[in-house]
Design a protein around this ligand. Structure first.
Ligand code: 6LW
Length: 522
């Protein structure tokens, strides 16, 4: 027996999409304003996953400049046909509807390089792609209903794609509005063909507590689709807010080479009250077919904590995403910057980075000198040792980030006027900043300083000290102010390093000697 532990991908890996090529599975997720975007994972057994690259990973491929937090890259769909990987996705700019839209990228190697985007003549979000047995290609997606019968009613549309021209052609068919009356946000649609019948799997209820998965089927790809009387076929909303996993939805089906069926989907794990700081994570569940309908987690009816994957061999140690602990070195695919490549401001030095300080701050929708990783564990210590001689107003430090408006900063800065240095902790909450702790630092300007974020449940304890000395406590921040339940948006937390001159011209280079991510034993 080989058990997959849920979540498959802990931390902010929402809106999973999966496809299989022979014995190999590939999976991608949303990444919003982070760069590189759309991570691609590989597995041979659905149990252990290894990131192999990103779809959006080079300057000039896709413009994320100025995209506000929780905008950017929404809900991709990944498919494979005749040696080519197809990915459709949406670039969302919540401040400018005219920017972005739905696009198609292709690759022959899922690790990349991926093509530049081909923009599709389709509005809305959550595009998906289905290649029929006859080779015809059908794109589908969701948008607000043209004539809504209720608030937040959406409609799923289907339209053919000319695969050579990569253009939508022919009539558009509106095929679905959700299974239940007043069903909001019928989204994340995916079409499949099983034993000659077309199936539409879609989320509804919104990507929060009421999230659910529904399914419909039709004799023709363009419908009409008839909903399963058992809809929704999966939801956790009936488990209440105290459930260990909530908000399950946005599912994608896949059949393994041995004929078994599986689904990946997103869910959230609240802790310290109804707060999910790790964001929407990727989960796995088994599927069987009964009377021509998929049944998710038969006999259980919810996302299980562990999933037996009979066809999987022994889990290859060291590959699973969850084992990532210790020094996070340059080149680790977990590193992300904001909106543009970190190559603009960061260069690897040993186990760490040289960050060329920028005037841009974390509080604006730009590209500050920031590099971070997802918070993937409830209890974790993140430590960074920095070496800098900051002038007053030059900040180098650690941040726990939800968005420009909501984050915590623990940083070393030059003391006003003098040659000393101090450590300051700031909590930015809905755009309002509060200094929550300060510490004067002894020693000369070039001393090495170790900054630590110690997350235990919803207590984020901040420490600082000259490297090698016992760290001193600086502040404790309540994590319940940082998750998307408290702040809105679609993201889980990132923890990373940053350097800023707070709007002033600068040539300062801050050295991050080492960055460690160490989950606490639980
Ligand atoms: C995505 C939608 C959703 O486009 O949240 O999970 C949006 N549901 O399908 C952003 O992740």
């Amino acid at each position: 027996m080989t058990l997959a532990r849920n979540p498959l991908l802990p931390g902010c890996y929402p809106d999973p999409t999966i496809c299989r090529v022979g014995e190999d599975f590939y999976l991608a997720c949303s990444t919003f304003e982070y760069f590189p975007g759309l991570p691609v994972f590989h597995s041979r057994d659905l149990v252990s996953w290894e990131q192999i690259g990103h779809v959006v990973d080079r300057p000039g491929q896709l413009d994320l400049d100025g995209i506000a937090s929780s905008g950017g890259l929404y809900a991709p769909t990944l498919r494979h046909h005749d040696g080519v990987f197809w990915l459709v996705c949406t670039l969302v700019d919540q401040q400018d509807d005219a920017r972005g839209g739905n696009f198609l990228m292709t690759a022959t190697d899922p690790a990349g390089p991926w093509s530049d985007p081909v923009w599709l003549d389709a509005d809305g979000i959550d595009p998906s792609i289905f290649i029929d047995d006859d080779g015809r290609v059908w794109v589908h997606g969701t948008r607000r209903a043209r004539e809504p019968a209720w608030h937040d009613q959406t409609e799923v549309w289907v339209r053919e794609l000319d695969p050579a021209a990569k253009e939508l052609v022919g009539p558009e068919h509106v095929v679905w509005n959700g299974a239940l009356r007043d069903a909001v946000w019928a989204e994340g649609p995916h079409l499949y063909k099983v034993d000659g019948t077309y199936y539409l799997l879609a989320a509804e209820g919104g990507t929060e507590f009421h999230h659910a998965v529904s399914v419909a089927r039709a004799d023709r790809v363009t419908g009409p689709y008839v909903g399963n009387k058992g809809n929704p076929i999966l939801t956790h909303r009936h488990l209440g807010h105290g459930a260990d996993v909530v908000g399950v939805g946005h599912a994608d089906l896949v059949q393994a080479a041995d004929g078994s069926w599986w689904v990946v989907l997103l869910g959230m794990r609240p802790y310290g009250g109804y707060h999910y700081n790790l964001g929407r994570e990727t989960f796995l569940a088994p599927v069987v077919w009964e009377d021509g309908w998929p049944v998710i987690a038969p006999g259980v009816g919810r996302v299980p904590a562990q999933v037996d994957v009979p066809f999987a061999g022994p889990v290859r140690p060291g590959v699973a995403q969850r084992c990532a602990s210790g020094v996070v070195r340059p080149g680790d695919l977990r590193w992300t910057s904001l909106r543009r490549s970190a190559a603009e401001f960061a260069s690897a030095r040993g186990d760490g980075w040289d960050l060329t300080m920028r005037p841009t701050t974390l509080s604006e929708p730009g590209t500050p000198a920031f590099l971070g990783v997802r918070q993937q564990h409830q209890d974790v210590d993140v430590r960074a040792t920095v070496r800098t001689a900051p002038a007053a107003g030059d900040d180098v430090g650690l941040t726990v980030r939800q968005s420009e408006a909501d984050h915590v900063r623990l940083f070393v800065t030059g003391a006003d006027g003098g040659t000393g240095r101090r450590v300051v902790a700031v909590h930015r909450r809905a755009g309002v900043e509060t200094v929550v702790g300060e510490l004067s630092l002894p020693g000369g300007a070039q001393e090495r300083v170790t900054l630590t974020v110690c997350a235990r449940g919803q207590d984020y304890s901040l420490f600082a000290g000259v490297a090698g000395d016992d760290p001193s406590p600086v502040a404790v921040v309540d994590g319940r102010t940082l998750d998307s339940v408290a702040t809105g948006g679609f993201l889980g937390l990132w923890i990373g390093v940053y350097a800023t001159s707070n709007g002033r011209p600068t040539t300062t280079v801050a050295q991050v000697e080492v960055f460690e991510y160490v989950p606490a034993e639980s």
